[in-house]
Design a protein around this ligand. Structure first.
Ligand code: PMP
Length: 409
């Protein structure tokens, strides 16, 4: 180890001299991924704007989506068409609105709006997605960290907390290829979510299935459907499931969806009718024409995998060649999703991110994967390899590894 440290410092200084400008901060799709969806830009034009059922997509109306779009994304989410609505280009918007509507109007089965119930709380499996935590933060919802393990959130802790505290109204979950650590929630965990007793009658699981069809392996694992599990357990209203095509077609021009049981959907539609007369149906038409059906969408996602897999492999191979056997860091090798999650030794993540920034490599801020931006152990770093090209990824990961070695001195 003593021999390696000076050479790492030399390497760090060499990086400094190169004026690097690399960015691995956010999970944006790279241009070559976006290019795959370019036919969507011409598939609807001045002569082709009617949906199969004759709907003129230029006009107002159809609050919860074109029937053919509902059919396609009901298949995608594995629900019935009456259990889904198709919205605008950001599922984040749908999630934010769903929390706000619950605060202002309450939810089916609840006695009063959340905002009238004093302090309310959400469970936040960590590390997790910063924008979920931001929603809680700006709405004054207290957050309670729950550790993740290989199967999902630690269910002993979840069950205990929701069982005894009626002010806990929700939990954020990214059930497949969790952001950032790529965990696939096991069927056992999903059954426990459905079967657990909650002190709050108006508790909801915010099931953000952003990466449901984003596989990096050829034969992805099956996963139980939360809504089905909740129906079997007699708590169908517990599940609110979200998804979007942001990482499938265009991140800035996709579709988002909410899926839930009919009672929840009727409730949401009732209030949503005050927010919009209907979402962008021309874009729904584009998506329906482009994919045809779920098989078409899956084929498209295979093309994504062909582009993304080498990027994830590059991160892993550089980290392995630089750090393997040194016990300085652990990182994930995800089977899907958009991120690699790396843990340094405790107390070093901020230092590593700052060292990398000083030589021109931007990484997601240390702490961003925790509520309030505070990683109690200061060790988690989220790596997003989807945007940069392969050479950039290799170089940025090498810089990261050298910074980890230096910081661990
Ligand atoms: N959920 C998760 C878990 C995400 O990682 C992201 C994007 N990084 C989103 C939601 C945002 O999706 P959208 O573009 O549909 O708002």
């Amino acid at each position: 180890m003593k021999n390696e440290l000076p050479s790492s410092r030399d390497r760090y200084q060499a990086f400094q001299a190169r004026n690097l400008k690399l960015d691995m901060t956010r999970g944006k799709p790279g241009p070559e991924l976006l290019d795959l969806s370019n036919p969507m830009l011409t598939i609807v034009d001045s002569e082709h704007y009617h949906a199969a059922g004759g709907n003129d997509c230029r006009n107002y109306g159809i609050l919860d989506g074109l029937p053919e779009a509902k059919n396609l994304f009901a298949d995608y989410m594995d629900v019935a068409p009456e259990e889904i609505l198709i919205a605008g280009n950001a599922s984040l918007n749908l999630m934010y609105d769903e929390v706000v509507r619950s605060m202002l109007y309450g939810v089916p089965g609840g006695q009063s709006p959340w905002i009238q119930q004093g302090t309310i709380k959400f469970l936040c499996p960590v590390p997790g997605y910063d924008r979920h935590f931001n929603i809680c933060s700006v709405l004054g919802i207290e957050m309670i960290n729950v550790p993740m393990n290989d199967e999902g959130p630690d269910m002993h802790i979840v069950e205990k907390l929701v069982g005894e505290d009626a002010s806990i109204k929700g939990i954020w979950c990214v059930p497949r290829y969790s952001n950032p650590n790529g965990v696939i929630y096991s069927d056992r965990v999903i059954d426990r979510f459905a079967q657990m007793k909650t002190a709050a009658p108006d508790f909801r699981i915010f099931w953000d299935n952003a990466y449901r069809h984003h596989h990096l392996v050829e034969n992805p694992r099956d996963q139980k459907n939360l809504l089905d599990a909740c129906k079997s357990a007699g708590v169908a209203q517990r599940a609110l499931m979200f998804g979007s095509t942001s990482k499938i077609t265009f991140a800035g021009g996709g579709l988002s969806f909410l899926a839930a049981n009919k009672t929840n959907m009727d409730h949401t539609r009732k209030y949503l009718a005050n927010q919009t007369i209907g979402y962008d149906k021309l874009n729904q038409l584009r998506h329906v024409r482009f994919f045809g059906d779920l098989a078409g969408l899956r084929k498209h996602m295979n093309q994504h995998r062909a582009i993304l897999k080498p990027k994830f492999d590059a991160v892993d191979s550089v980290l392995t060649s630089e750090l393997d056997g040194k016990d300085l860091a652990h990182w994930t090798r995800p089977e899907g999703g958009y991120f690699v999650s790396l843990d340094t030794r405790p107390g070093l993540a901020k230092k590593v991110v700052a060292l990398a920034a000083d030589v021109g490599v931007k990484l997601t801020a240390a702490g961003a994967t925790y509520p309030g931006g505070i990683d109690p152990e200061d060790r988690n770093i989220r790596i997003s390899p989807s945007l940069p090209g392969l050479e950039e990824i290799e170089l940025a990961t090498e810089v990261l590894a050298v910074c980890i070695i230096l910081a661990s001195e």
